[in-house]
Design a protein around this ligand. Structure first.
Ligand code: GRF
Length: 193
């Protein structure tokens, strides 16, 4: 019997290295899923190049500035995802907060990757916050998205040391390597059969 492949809708804003990690896990057979849709809120996001030539993946650019209201912007994103019948929405470097109606529309089916050990350092510049606080251990979190900022149920975390001479760049790179590991692993563990 063929396994059902989980249909993913991945929301991105920038370079898309986490999207790349998901695609690599699929290609290597570690994740039984299909990236059915990628939605970017920037037309020049590097993430878009990662899915060029992938026929199974519908690509959408939905820019906030094209919509007078946040709700209309989010409705458009939701239509793109629903049109591709996605089972799970993955926020992978999507740099916008989604409001209640969107979250409720996909209730229990949205996850996010965040570069801190939540509940420490939600929001922007998590790695910078970690350095400013002088923490000795940092990391990343995969969590369910609810109506709070980076506050939903935690599904997975990975820790990395903070070294004495770390900069925001070196710490971010160490954390990012763990993001690339735990995001596909968590999708496979929690959302595939
Ligand atoms: C990652 O650090 C992610 O945790 C954060 O934004 C960054 C996105 O990186 N939300 P990329 O676009 O996946 O390379």
């Amino acid at each position: 019997m063929a396994l059902l492949s989980t249909r993913l809708g991945v929301l991105v804003s920038g370079r898309g290295s986490n999207l790349g990690a998901i695609l690599q896990a699929i290609d290597e057979g570690r994740l039984c899923a299909t990236v059915a849709a990628v939605v970017s809120d920037h037309r020049d996001a590097g993430a878009l190049a990662r899915v060029s030539g992938r026929k199974e993946c519908a690509v959408f650019v939905v820019e906030r500035g094209a919509y007078p209201q946040q709700g209309e912007f989010e409705d458009k994103i939701a239509e793109c995802l629903e049109g591709e019948r996605v089972d799970l929405v993955v926020l992978a470097g999507f740099m916008r907060v989604l409001s209640g109606p969107f979250v409720r529309r996909f209730a229990g089916r949205i996850i996010n990757i965040h570069p801190s050990l939540l509940p420490s350092f939600p929001g922007l510049h998590a790695q910078r916050q970690a350095l400013l606080h002088g923490v000795k251990v940092a990391g990343c979190t995969v969590h369910m998205v609810d109506e709070t900022l980076d506050g939903g149920q935690i599904l997975a975390q990975a820790a990395v040391p903070v070294l004495p001479d770390d900069t925001e760049e070196t710490l971010s790179a160490r954390i990012l390597a763990e993001e690339h590991r735990i995001l596909p692993e968590t999708i496979a563990r929690v959302f595939t059969t």
